[in-house]
Design a protein. Structure first.
Length: 650
């Protein structure tokens, strides 16, 4: 790999913040030998800040533990404010420290002791990420401007244009409710309430009056007695609590829609005054400086949009009065069809998928077993420029330790006993596409080291091979484990974690999105009934409520099996009650999980038994159970043996 070697005045300037002399000196030697310019070595946060005042570095190598009260994490927060990238140096794997370090968004992490090659590769990756993050922001800004300008030049009415602009802004400035309007009281505000992934309900003054239970005059009075917010600001935590107390109109909005934070962005319109965009969220920690930065770069574009599209008060009122139902936009992208849900947490997942799909960023999907992490990975791949290339899935928990390297990277003929021919590994097969590393938390430590090398160097050797193979893959990983705890316990490498944890997506549990259960039940009922040749039964409100009240430790996977089970056991046209596990009510989590596994096996056994009855005991051949189940006969025999199903007596 070639490293950067520029003229003296163009060398990357690096500051080392490390209080151990030997390690700092070793790092300086490695960097200088690779022709980087080390502008200094600081032993504390105070020294580092003094050094930065004298000469601004391009990047900082930063130890977490430093002399004095302030840590490397404290310095990282200051570096972020000044848009200076940094790489952590540490041998520490304390969970609480790791949590704090993660929040500062470093460009890399090097675990002590380190190899020179590790340092240089991590530095090159950090430089690439820093450069492309700037380029990416610029591209996003241009894309947003072009999209808003296109709406501005359209023939859409004001409220329709607001819906379209909301759809564009949502990915970059997320919100559950957006309110717009001039500060002056003689203009009616319009709000947009997000209903699902890409549709919004227009909330005009009349509708908000009905929803809030306040008359229009009362709302006008409340607005008049509220502070005029004329500067960009984020209202979270104490700032939100203060505005909640001091602004009656904001308090009404928060109470009406369950809002817990918001960002205010005013746009000054010539001859008209200040026009406010308020982005509200039901999440108490939703907004940051990056959101205001994006909006500030769009200020002139948004001002032109308001100036061009905003009509008189009378025309707005007439337009809104004609609208009896919310505006309906086009359906979700087909790539999301296998993922069902309009809950707040699922909408966040969809937004994150859409935001990250087109980049080359590594993604780490976090969530309990059965939440649908693989479907998230599939959606990211299908929305990405790599969609026409392979998506290769590797279940790290199902790979034997002695076969892992061969499976991942392939082997040459004769590399080991039984290697009768050359075999292409999963990474080579995925070249140009995506590798999905499922259950990465279960990967053996030795394999983690080899994987990290491949992710950094973009090349590997087959087992028994002597030449390097270049590979171009995007990595998506998933785990149901708490990786911070795994790191603290010494079971997962800190540097691999940071290499993967570039863009985390948290998939909610089913108990966190209970409002999605009716739609999921309907989907699974239709799917299972069609595949089984059964007429889809009706389901009672009581049965639905049973499922909403249930805790679902097995998440969507358990729900799917329960739906299959209740259809198989139902003999009427309507399902009146759901056969939910009763012992799940125990407080012993371990016992609950054991019962869950048994229940899934019972569901599978009942389904196979039902299909065998339909086939009159025939297993293989045309019209046999294996054909209907779309699995090899040998697999079906194996399942029957494991589940205790006797095919001869069906």
């Amino acid at each position: 790999m070639e490293f950067q070697k520029n003229a003296e005045n163009n060398k990357m300037k690096i500051l080392i913040v490390e209080d151990q002399f030997i390690e700092a000196n070793d790092l300086r030697f490695i960097l200088q030998k690779a022709d980087y310019q080390v502008i200094g070595v600081a032993k504390s946060v105070a020294q580092a800040l003094e050094s930065i005042e004298i000469e601004r570095p391009d990047l900082v190598f930063l130890d977490i533990r430093l002399r004095g009260k302030e840590t490397g994490i404290d310095l990282a927060k200051e570096l972020n404010k000044n848009h200076i990238g940094f790489i952590y140096l540490s041998a520490n794997s304390n969970k609480s420290i790791l949590e704090e370090a993660k929040k500062t968004h470093p460009y890399g992490f090097i675990v002590k002791p380190f190899r020179p090659k590790d340092v240089l590769i991590t530095l090159e990756i950090a430089s690439y990420r820093h450069k492309h993050s700037i380029e990416s922001l610029s591209q996003q800004e241009n894309l947003l401007k072009e999209s808003i300008e296109e709406i501005t030049s359209s023939n859409l009415k004001w409220d329709e244009a607001l819906v379209e602009i909301s759809k564009i802004l949502q990915t970059y400035v997320p919100f559950d409710y957006m309110q717009t309007g001039f500060i002056k009281n003689d203009f009616n505000p319009i709000g947009l309430l997000r209903k699902n992934f890409d549709s919004y309900e227009v909330i005009d003054f009349d509708k908000f009056s009905k929803i809030s239970g306040k008359s229009k005059q009362e709302l006008s009075d409340l607005k008049e007695n509220s502070p005029k917010l004329e500067f960009p600001k984020i209202y979270e935590g104490s700032a939100f609590n203060e505005i909640f107390q001091n602004s009656p109109i904001k308090r009404i909005h928060a109470q009406t829609f369950g809002l817990k934070s918001f960002a205010s962005f005013p746009v000054r319109i010539e001859n008209e005054g200040v026009f406010n965009f308020f982005f509200f969220s039901r999440n108490s920690e939703c907004y940051n400086a990056e959101h205001l930065s994006i909006l500030s770069k769009l200020e002139l574009t948004l001002a032109k949009f308001v100036t061009t599209m905003y009509t008189s008060k009378k025309e707005i009122s007439n337009v809104i009065a004609k609208k009896k139902t919310p505006i309906k936009l086009e359906e979700k992208s087909p790539e999301f069809f296998s993922m069902i849900g309009n809950s707040e947490k699922m909408l966040t997942v969809f937004d994150h998928i859409q935001k990250v799909a087109h980049s080359e960023t590594s993604v780490l999907i976090l969530g309990e077993s059965g939440t649908g992490k693989e479907k998230v990975a599939q959606s990211i791949h299908q929305l990405s420029p790599r969609k026409n290339k392979p998506l290769v899935i590797i279940n790290c928990g199902a790979v034997p330790d002695n076969l892992a390297e061969s499976l991942f990277f392939g082997h040459e003929k004769g590399a080991f006993t039984g290697a009768l021919e050359r075999r292409i590994g999963k990474f080579e097969a995925a070249d140009g596409g995506t590798v999905f590393l499922d259950e990465i938390g279960e990967m053996p430590m030795q394999m983690q080291i080899k994987l990290l090398r491949v992710l950094q160097e973009k090349e590997f050797e087959r087992v028994g091979g002597s030449s390097s193979i270049k590979v171009n893959v995007r990595i998506i990983a998933a785990t149901n484990r708490n990786l911070e705890e795994e790191i603290a316990a010494g079971r997962f490498r800190l540097d691999l974690y940071y290499r993967l944890h570039v863009f985390p997506i948290i998939v909610p549990t089913l108990r966190e999105r209970r409002e999605d259960i009716p739609a999921l039940v309907s989907h699974f009922m239709d799917t299972f009934s069609k595949s089984s040749g059964i007429k889809t039964p009706q389901i009672s409100d009581y049965a639905i409520q049973q499922m909403i009240n249930y805790n679902w430790p097995g998440n969507i996977r358990e729900l799917e099996h329960i739906v299959q089970r209740m259809i198989l056991l139902n003999s009427d046209s309507t399902i009146k009650e759901v056969p939910l596990p009763t012992s799940i009510k125990t407080s012993d989590e371990g016992k609950s999980q054991e019962f869950l596994v048994q229940t899934i096996h019972e569901n599978e056994r009942d389904y196979i038994t039902y299909i065998l009855k339909r086939c009159k005991g025939k297993i293989s051949g045309k019209g046999g159970a294996a054909e209907i189940l779309n699995i090899p006969a040998s697999t079906l025999y194996s399942k029957m043996k494991k589940l205790g199903v006797n095919g001869l007596n069906q």
